[in-house]
Design a binder for this molecule. Structure first.
Ligand code: AMP
Length: 416
Protein backbone atom coordinates (compact mmCIF):
# COMPACT_ATOMS: atom_id res chain seq x y z
CA UNK A 1 0.00 0.00 0.00
CA UNK A 2 1.23 3.50 -0.85
CA UNK A 3 1.12 6.28 1.75
CA UNK A 4 -1.05 8.46 -0.48
CA UNK A 5 -3.80 5.82 -0.30
CA UNK A 6 -4.08 6.56 3.42
CA UNK A 7 -6.11 9.37 4.88
CA UNK A 8 -3.07 11.57 5.57
CA UNK A 9 -2.95 15.27 4.72
CA UNK A 10 -0.72 16.75 2.02
CA UNK A 11 1.80 18.21 4.45
CA UNK A 12 2.46 14.80 5.96
CA UNK A 13 2.68 13.23 2.49
CA UNK A 14 5.16 15.93 1.47
CA UNK A 15 7.28 15.15 4.53
CA UNK A 16 7.22 11.44 3.61
CA UNK A 17 8.12 12.29 0.07
CA UNK A 18 11.13 14.29 1.23
CA UNK A 19 12.23 11.31 3.29
CA UNK A 20 11.76 8.93 0.34
CA UNK A 21 9.09 6.91 2.10
CA UNK A 22 6.73 5.60 -0.57
CA UNK A 23 5.19 2.31 0.50
CA UNK A 24 3.85 1.34 3.92
CA UNK A 25 5.45 -1.45 5.90
CA UNK A 26 2.98 -4.15 7.11
CA UNK A 27 2.60 -2.61 10.58
CA UNK A 28 1.96 0.82 9.05
CA UNK A 29 -0.59 -0.56 6.62
CA UNK A 30 -2.48 -2.29 9.42
CA UNK A 31 -2.16 0.24 12.23
CA UNK A 32 -2.57 3.64 10.56
CA UNK A 33 -6.22 3.26 9.39
CA UNK A 34 -7.28 1.77 12.75
CA UNK A 35 -5.60 4.58 14.69
CA UNK A 36 -7.21 7.18 12.43
CA UNK A 37 -10.61 5.62 13.24
CA UNK A 38 -9.95 6.40 16.89
CA UNK A 39 -9.45 2.88 18.32
CA UNK A 40 -7.09 1.88 21.09
CA UNK A 41 -4.59 -0.59 19.72
CA UNK A 42 -2.36 -3.32 21.08
CA UNK A 43 0.26 -3.95 18.43
CA UNK A 44 3.07 -6.45 18.30
CA UNK A 45 5.86 -4.76 16.46
CA UNK A 46 9.57 -5.08 16.70
CA UNK A 47 12.08 -2.42 16.04
CA UNK A 48 13.04 -2.19 12.38
CA UNK A 49 9.47 -2.81 11.21
CA UNK A 50 8.63 0.86 10.84
CA UNK A 51 6.56 0.96 14.03
CA UNK A 52 7.56 4.53 14.89
CA UNK A 53 6.01 5.91 11.71
CA UNK A 54 3.03 3.60 12.31
CA UNK A 55 2.03 5.76 15.26
CA UNK A 56 3.61 9.13 14.45
CA UNK A 57 1.93 9.56 11.07
CA UNK A 58 -1.67 9.04 12.24
CA UNK A 59 -0.87 11.08 15.35
CA UNK A 60 0.22 14.04 13.21
CA UNK A 61 -2.89 13.62 11.09
CA UNK A 62 -5.22 13.48 14.11
CA UNK A 63 -3.55 16.51 15.68
CA UNK A 64 -3.87 18.46 12.42
CA UNK A 65 -7.60 17.76 12.33
CA UNK A 66 -7.99 20.11 15.25
CA UNK A 67 -10.04 20.00 18.43
CA UNK A 68 -6.75 20.24 20.33
CA UNK A 69 -6.18 22.70 23.12
CA UNK A 70 -3.05 24.51 21.96
CA UNK A 71 -2.22 25.74 25.46
CA UNK A 72 -1.72 22.15 26.62
CA UNK A 73 0.25 19.06 25.62
CA UNK A 74 -2.05 16.93 23.46
CA UNK A 75 -0.11 13.73 22.95
CA UNK A 76 2.28 11.78 25.14
CA UNK A 77 4.71 9.18 23.81
CA UNK A 78 6.37 7.08 26.53
CA UNK A 79 9.43 5.01 25.78
CA UNK A 80 12.07 3.12 27.75
CA UNK A 81 15.33 4.89 26.94
CA UNK A 82 16.71 8.33 26.24
CA UNK A 83 18.26 7.11 23.01
CA UNK A 84 14.89 6.01 21.68
CA UNK A 85 13.36 9.31 22.75
CA UNK A 86 16.10 11.13 20.85
CA UNK A 87 15.50 8.97 17.81
CA UNK A 88 11.76 9.67 17.76
CA UNK A 89 12.58 13.34 18.28
CA UNK A 90 14.72 13.25 15.11
CA UNK A 91 12.15 11.28 13.11
CA UNK A 92 9.50 13.84 14.00
CA UNK A 93 11.66 16.51 12.43
CA UNK A 94 11.29 14.72 9.11
CA UNK A 95 7.68 13.65 9.32
CA UNK A 96 6.42 16.95 10.69
CA UNK A 97 8.63 19.19 8.53
CA UNK A 98 5.68 20.70 6.69
CA UNK A 99 3.26 20.42 9.60
CA UNK A 100 2.50 23.06 12.17
CA UNK A 101 3.29 20.79 15.10
CA UNK A 102 5.55 21.33 18.06
CA UNK A 103 7.05 18.75 20.37
CA UNK A 104 9.45 18.35 23.21
CA UNK A 105 11.61 15.46 24.33
CA UNK A 106 11.61 14.85 28.08
CA UNK A 107 14.35 12.55 29.26
CA UNK A 108 16.86 12.44 32.06
CA UNK A 109 20.53 13.07 32.21
CA UNK A 110 20.60 16.66 30.97
CA UNK A 111 21.70 19.65 32.95
CA UNK A 112 19.51 21.88 35.12
CA UNK A 113 18.80 24.26 32.26
CA UNK A 114 17.34 21.46 30.14
CA UNK A 115 15.22 20.35 33.08
CA UNK A 116 13.83 23.87 33.46
CA UNK A 117 13.18 24.09 29.70
CA UNK A 118 11.31 20.80 29.77
CA UNK A 119 9.27 21.96 32.76
CA UNK A 120 8.33 25.17 30.94
CA UNK A 121 7.40 23.34 27.76
CA UNK A 122 5.22 20.95 29.72
CA UNK A 123 3.49 23.92 31.29
CA UNK A 124 3.04 26.01 28.14
CA UNK A 125 2.09 23.06 25.98
CA UNK A 126 3.97 21.69 22.98
CA UNK A 127 1.66 19.46 20.93
CA UNK A 128 3.57 16.26 21.64
CA UNK A 129 5.74 15.20 24.58
CA UNK A 130 8.19 12.35 23.99
CA UNK A 131 9.26 11.11 27.39
CA UNK A 132 10.91 8.43 29.44
CA UNK A 133 8.62 7.59 32.39
CA UNK A 134 11.14 8.35 35.14
CA UNK A 135 11.92 11.87 33.97
CA UNK A 136 8.29 12.72 33.26
CA UNK A 137 7.33 11.58 36.73
CA UNK A 138 10.06 13.79 38.23
CA UNK A 139 8.44 16.76 36.49
CA UNK A 140 4.96 15.74 37.60
CA UNK A 141 6.09 15.34 41.21
CA UNK A 142 7.72 18.77 41.26
CA UNK A 143 4.33 20.12 40.24
CA UNK A 144 2.89 22.57 37.75
CA UNK A 145 2.74 20.00 34.92
CA UNK A 146 -0.63 19.99 33.22
CA UNK A 147 -1.43 16.77 31.39
CA UNK A 148 -5.17 17.40 31.29
CA UNK A 149 -5.06 18.13 27.55
CA UNK A 150 -3.71 14.69 26.56
CA UNK A 151 -5.87 13.07 23.91
CA UNK A 152 -3.38 10.46 22.74
CA UNK A 153 -1.11 8.23 24.79
CA UNK A 154 1.46 6.03 23.07
CA UNK A 155 3.50 3.35 24.82
CA UNK A 156 6.44 2.42 22.64
CA UNK A 157 8.33 -0.77 23.54
CA UNK A 158 5.97 -1.48 26.42
CA UNK A 159 7.67 -4.80 27.22
CA UNK A 160 11.02 -3.10 27.64
CA UNK A 161 9.54 -0.39 29.88
CA UNK A 162 8.00 -3.04 32.13
CA UNK A 163 11.18 -5.06 32.10
CA UNK A 164 13.00 -2.04 33.46
CA UNK A 165 10.36 -1.75 36.18
CA UNK A 166 8.28 1.19 34.98
CA UNK A 167 4.87 -0.46 35.59
CA UNK A 168 3.92 1.65 38.58
CA UNK A 169 5.40 4.81 37.04
CA UNK A 170 3.26 4.36 33.93
CA UNK A 171 0.13 3.84 36.03
CA UNK A 172 0.96 6.92 38.09
CA UNK A 173 1.45 9.01 34.94
CA UNK A 174 -1.86 7.80 33.50
CA UNK A 175 -3.64 8.98 36.66
CA UNK A 176 -2.70 12.53 35.60
CA UNK A 177 -4.30 12.18 32.14
CA UNK A 178 -7.94 12.87 31.38
CA UNK A 179 -10.14 9.74 31.54
CA UNK A 180 -10.94 9.92 27.84
CA UNK A 181 -7.92 9.45 25.61
CA UNK A 182 -6.87 7.11 22.84
CA UNK A 183 -4.10 4.69 23.80
CA UNK A 184 -1.72 2.98 21.41
CA UNK A 185 0.45 0.26 22.88
CA UNK A 186 3.38 -1.23 20.95
CA UNK A 187 5.37 -4.16 22.25
CA UNK A 188 7.77 -6.63 20.67
CA UNK A 189 6.76 -9.38 23.09
CA UNK A 190 3.76 -10.14 25.26
CA UNK A 191 4.82 -11.44 28.63
CA UNK A 192 2.16 -11.56 31.39
CA UNK A 193 2.99 -8.05 32.64
CA UNK A 194 2.33 -6.51 29.23
CA UNK A 195 -1.00 -8.34 29.04
CA UNK A 196 -1.85 -7.10 32.54
CA UNK A 197 -1.04 -3.50 31.67
CA UNK A 198 -2.99 -3.76 28.42
CA UNK A 199 -6.04 -5.03 30.32
CA UNK A 200 -5.71 -2.20 32.80
CA UNK A 201 -5.33 0.74 30.42
CA UNK A 202 -6.74 -0.16 26.98
CA UNK A 203 -10.42 0.10 26.10
CA UNK A 204 -11.67 -2.40 23.50
CA UNK A 205 -8.32 -2.43 21.76
CA UNK A 206 -7.89 -3.69 18.23
CA UNK A 207 -5.08 -6.23 18.34
CA UNK A 208 -2.50 -6.15 15.59
CA UNK A 209 -0.17 -9.09 15.75
CA UNK A 210 2.57 -9.55 13.23
CA UNK A 211 4.71 -12.67 13.36
CA UNK A 212 7.73 -12.31 15.65
CA UNK A 213 10.62 -11.91 13.31
CA UNK A 214 13.61 -14.18 13.50
CA UNK A 215 17.16 -13.00 12.81
CA UNK A 216 17.70 -11.85 9.23
CA UNK A 217 19.15 -14.45 6.85
CA UNK A 218 22.24 -12.30 6.29
CA UNK A 219 23.42 -12.80 9.88
CA UNK A 220 25.93 -15.63 10.31
CA UNK A 221 25.51 -16.78 13.88
CA UNK A 222 28.14 -18.58 15.92
CA UNK A 223 28.78 -19.65 19.51
CA UNK A 224 31.93 -20.05 21.57
CA UNK A 225 31.57 -22.37 24.56
CA UNK A 226 34.03 -21.11 27.11
CA UNK A 227 34.81 -20.15 30.70
CA UNK A 228 34.35 -16.61 32.02
CA UNK A 229 38.13 -16.30 32.38
CA UNK A 230 38.61 -16.95 28.65
CA UNK A 231 36.21 -14.27 27.44
CA UNK A 232 38.48 -11.24 27.59
CA UNK A 233 41.29 -13.10 25.85
CA UNK A 234 38.94 -14.20 23.11
CA UNK A 235 37.64 -10.67 22.56
CA UNK A 236 41.22 -9.47 22.19
CA UNK A 237 41.95 -12.31 19.77
CA UNK A 238 38.87 -11.55 17.65
CA UNK A 239 39.83 -7.92 17.33
CA UNK A 240 43.41 -8.77 16.45
CA UNK A 241 42.25 -10.32 13.21
CA UNK A 242 39.42 -8.07 12.10
CA UNK A 243 38.62 -4.38 12.00
CA UNK A 244 34.93 -4.40 11.22
CA UNK A 245 32.48 -2.00 12.83
CA UNK A 246 31.24 -3.91 15.87
CA UNK A 247 29.06 -3.77 18.96
CA UNK A 248 29.92 -5.84 22.03
CA UNK A 249 27.02 -6.33 24.42
CA UNK A 250 27.55 -7.09 28.06
CA UNK A 251 25.21 -7.46 31.00
CA UNK A 252 26.56 -4.83 33.37
CA UNK A 253 28.17 -1.39 33.37
CA UNK A 254 31.17 -2.82 35.20
CA UNK A 255 31.80 -5.51 32.60
CA UNK A 256 31.33 -2.97 29.82
CA UNK A 257 33.99 -0.84 31.41
CA UNK A 258 36.46 -3.73 31.71
CA UNK A 259 35.98 -4.85 28.10
CA UNK A 260 36.28 -1.25 26.97
CA UNK A 261 39.61 -0.87 28.84
CA UNK A 262 40.96 -4.14 27.41
CA UNK A 263 40.20 -3.07 23.83
CA UNK A 264 41.39 0.47 24.40
CA UNK A 265 44.70 -0.91 25.70
CA UNK A 266 45.06 -2.81 22.44
CA UNK A 267 44.94 0.55 20.65
CA UNK A 268 41.42 0.08 19.28
CA UNK A 269 39.22 3.05 18.60
CA UNK A 270 36.44 2.05 20.96
CA UNK A 271 33.85 3.68 23.24
CA UNK A 272 31.59 2.50 26.02
CA UNK A 273 27.87 3.07 26.28
CA UNK A 274 25.83 2.58 29.45
CA UNK A 275 23.63 4.39 31.91
CA UNK A 276 26.56 5.57 34.01
CA UNK A 277 27.56 8.12 31.37
CA UNK A 278 26.38 11.73 31.21
CA UNK A 279 23.68 12.30 28.60
CA UNK A 280 26.03 14.53 26.60
CA UNK A 281 28.59 11.71 26.42
CA UNK A 282 25.93 9.19 25.41
CA UNK A 283 24.73 11.38 22.56
CA UNK A 284 28.29 12.02 21.39
CA UNK A 285 29.20 8.31 21.49
CA UNK A 286 26.18 7.36 19.39
CA UNK A 287 26.94 10.13 16.92
CA UNK A 288 30.60 9.09 16.63
CA UNK A 289 29.62 5.48 16.14
CA UNK A 290 27.06 6.38 13.49
CA UNK A 291 29.61 8.55 11.70
CA UNK A 292 32.22 5.78 11.69
CA UNK A 293 34.56 7.60 14.04
CA UNK A 294 34.61 4.51 16.26
CA UNK A 295 35.43 0.96 15.35
CA UNK A 296 33.61 -0.67 18.23
CA UNK A 297 31.04 0.13 20.84
CA UNK A 298 30.91 -1.79 24.12
CA UNK A 299 27.40 -1.45 25.49
CA UNK A 300 24.75 -2.69 27.87
CA UNK A 301 21.30 -3.58 26.51
CA UNK A 302 20.71 0.15 26.20
CA UNK A 303 21.44 -0.01 22.46
CA UNK A 304 19.99 -3.46 21.79
CA UNK A 305 16.74 -2.11 20.45
CA UNK A 306 15.50 0.57 18.21
CA UNK A 307 18.83 2.17 17.46
CA UNK A 308 19.08 2.54 13.75
CA UNK A 309 22.69 2.18 12.64
CA UNK A 310 23.01 0.55 9.27
CA UNK A 311 26.54 -0.70 8.78
CA UNK A 312 27.45 -2.73 11.87
CA UNK A 313 29.32 -5.81 10.63
CA UNK A 314 29.67 -7.78 13.85
CA UNK A 315 27.77 -8.12 17.13
CA UNK A 316 29.31 -10.00 20.04
CA UNK A 317 27.21 -11.13 22.98
CA UNK A 318 29.85 -11.13 25.70
CA UNK A 319 27.08 -12.50 27.93
CA UNK A 320 23.99 -14.41 26.88
CA UNK A 321 20.99 -12.04 26.92
CA UNK A 322 18.36 -12.96 29.49
CA UNK A 323 15.45 -12.73 27.08
CA UNK A 324 15.45 -14.67 23.83
CA UNK A 325 13.91 -11.68 22.05
CA UNK A 326 16.85 -9.56 23.18
CA UNK A 327 19.16 -11.97 21.38
CA UNK A 328 17.27 -11.26 18.16
CA UNK A 329 17.35 -7.52 18.84
CA UNK A 330 21.04 -7.47 19.68
CA UNK A 331 22.26 -9.41 16.67
CA UNK A 332 19.68 -7.51 14.61
CA UNK A 333 21.97 -4.47 14.93
CA UNK A 334 24.01 -6.13 12.18
CA UNK A 335 23.00 -7.18 8.65
CA UNK A 336 20.51 -4.33 8.39
CA UNK A 337 18.99 -3.45 5.07
CA UNK A 338 19.87 -6.80 3.54
CA UNK A 339 23.62 -6.61 4.34
CA UNK A 340 25.72 -9.49 5.71
CA UNK A 341 26.80 -9.61 9.33
CA UNK A 342 28.19 -11.74 12.10
CA UNK A 343 26.43 -12.48 15.40
CA UNK A 344 28.71 -14.19 17.93
CA UNK A 345 27.74 -15.31 21.42
CA UNK A 346 29.96 -16.33 24.33
CA UNK A 347 28.29 -19.10 26.34
CA UNK A 348 29.58 -20.30 29.72
CA UNK A 349 28.34 -23.30 31.66
CA UNK A 350 26.20 -20.97 33.79
CA UNK A 351 24.51 -19.46 30.71
CA UNK A 352 23.83 -22.75 28.97
CA UNK A 353 20.18 -22.94 30.02
CA UNK A 354 19.52 -19.43 28.77
CA UNK A 355 21.17 -20.26 25.48
CA UNK A 356 19.19 -23.52 25.15
CA UNK A 357 16.09 -21.38 25.38
CA UNK A 358 17.33 -19.04 22.67
CA UNK A 359 17.98 -21.96 20.36
CA UNK A 360 14.51 -23.34 21.07
CA UNK A 361 13.06 -19.88 20.35
CA UNK A 362 14.99 -19.70 17.07
CA UNK A 363 14.13 -23.31 16.22
CA UNK A 364 17.72 -24.14 15.34
CA UNK A 365 21.12 -24.98 16.73
CA UNK A 366 23.71 -22.26 16.33
CA UNK A 367 27.07 -23.27 14.92
CA UNK A 368 29.75 -24.00 17.57
CA UNK A 369 33.01 -22.21 16.78
CA UNK A 370 36.37 -23.65 17.88
CA UNK A 371 38.39 -21.55 20.33
CA UNK A 372 41.86 -20.52 19.16
CA UNK A 373 44.42 -23.02 20.54
CA UNK A 374 46.12 -20.77 23.09
CA UNK A 375 42.75 -19.79 24.59
CA UNK A 376 41.43 -23.36 24.51
CA UNK A 377 44.55 -24.43 26.45
CA UNK A 378 43.74 -22.02 29.30
CA UNK A 379 41.02 -24.28 30.77
CA UNK A 380 39.33 -27.65 30.32
CA UNK A 381 36.78 -27.68 27.47
CA UNK A 382 33.07 -27.29 28.19
CA UNK A 383 31.00 -30.29 27.18
CA UNK A 384 28.40 -29.38 24.60
CA UNK A 385 25.33 -30.94 26.16
CA UNK A 386 21.83 -29.74 26.94
CA UNK A 387 20.96 -28.94 30.55
CA UNK A 388 19.13 -31.65 32.52
CA UNK A 389 15.47 -30.99 33.54
CA UNK A 390 16.44 -30.86 37.24
CA UNK A 391 19.09 -28.22 36.54
CA UNK A 392 16.57 -26.20 34.53
CA UNK A 393 14.00 -26.31 37.32
CA UNK A 394 16.53 -25.00 39.82
CA UNK A 395 17.65 -22.27 37.45
CA UNK A 396 14.14 -20.95 36.77
CA UNK A 397 13.20 -21.08 40.46
CA UNK A 398 16.20 -18.91 41.31
CA UNK A 399 15.41 -16.56 38.45
CA UNK A 400 11.77 -16.19 39.54
CA UNK A 401 12.82 -15.15 43.05
CA UNK A 402 15.34 -12.68 41.64
CA UNK A 403 12.76 -11.15 39.28
CA UNK A 404 10.25 -10.78 42.09
CA UNK A 405 12.83 -8.92 44.16
CA UNK A 406 13.68 -6.72 41.17
CA UNK A 407 10.01 -5.85 40.60
CA UNK A 408 9.64 -4.67 44.17
CA UNK A 409 12.65 -2.39 43.94
CA UNK A 410 11.70 1.27 43.33
CA UNK A 411 12.82 2.56 39.93
CA UNK A 412 14.59 5.80 39.25
CA UNK A 413 15.03 7.73 36.04
CA UNK A 414 18.72 6.90 36.27
CA UNK A 415 17.92 3.25 35.53
CA UNK A 416 18.97 3.53 31.95
P1 AMP B 1 11.50 1.63 13.23
O1 AMP B 1 10.98 0.22 13.25
O2 AMP B 1 10.42 2.62 13.50
O3 AMP B 1 12.68 1.77 14.13
O4 AMP B 1 12.01 1.93 11.73
C1 AMP B 1 13.13 1.30 11.18
C2 AMP B 1 13.72 2.05 10.01
O5 AMP B 1 12.88 1.96 8.85
C3 AMP B 1 13.90 3.54 10.24
O6 AMP B 1 15.14 3.92 9.69
C4 AMP B 1 12.79 4.19 9.46
O7 AMP B 1 13.14 5.49 9.07
C5 AMP B 1 12.63 3.25 8.29
N1 AMP B 1 11.25 3.20 7.74
C6 AMP B 1 10.12 3.10 8.45
N2 AMP B 1 9.05 3.04 7.63
C7 AMP B 1 9.51 3.10 6.36
C8 AMP B 1 8.88 3.08 5.08
N3 AMP B 1 7.58 2.95 4.94
N4 AMP B 1 9.67 3.19 3.99
C9 AMP B 1 11.02 3.28 4.13
N5 AMP B 1 11.69 3.29 5.32
C10 AMP B 1 10.94 3.20 6.44
Amino acid sequence: MYFDELDLNDNILDGLDAMNFEKCTPIQEKAIPIILEGHDILASAQTGTGKTAAYILPLLELLSRGKKDSSKVNALILMPTRELAQQVDQLLEGFAYYENTSWIAIYGGNDGIAFAQQQKALQTGGDIAIATPGRLLSHIRIGGVDLSGIEYLILDEADRMLDIGFYDDIIEIIKHLPKKHQTLMFSATFPKEVERLAKQILINPVEIKLAVSKPADGIHQGVYLLHETQKKELIKELFKTQNRKSIIFSSSKEKVFHIYCALKNMGLNVAQMHSGLEQKQRTQVMLDFKNNKLQALVATNIVSRGIDIDDVAMVINYDVPKQSEDYVHRIGRTARAGAEGLGITFVTLKDRILFDRIETFLGKTIERLPLPDDIANMAPPILDEKAKPKEKKKFYKKRKTRNRKKRNKPTTEQNL
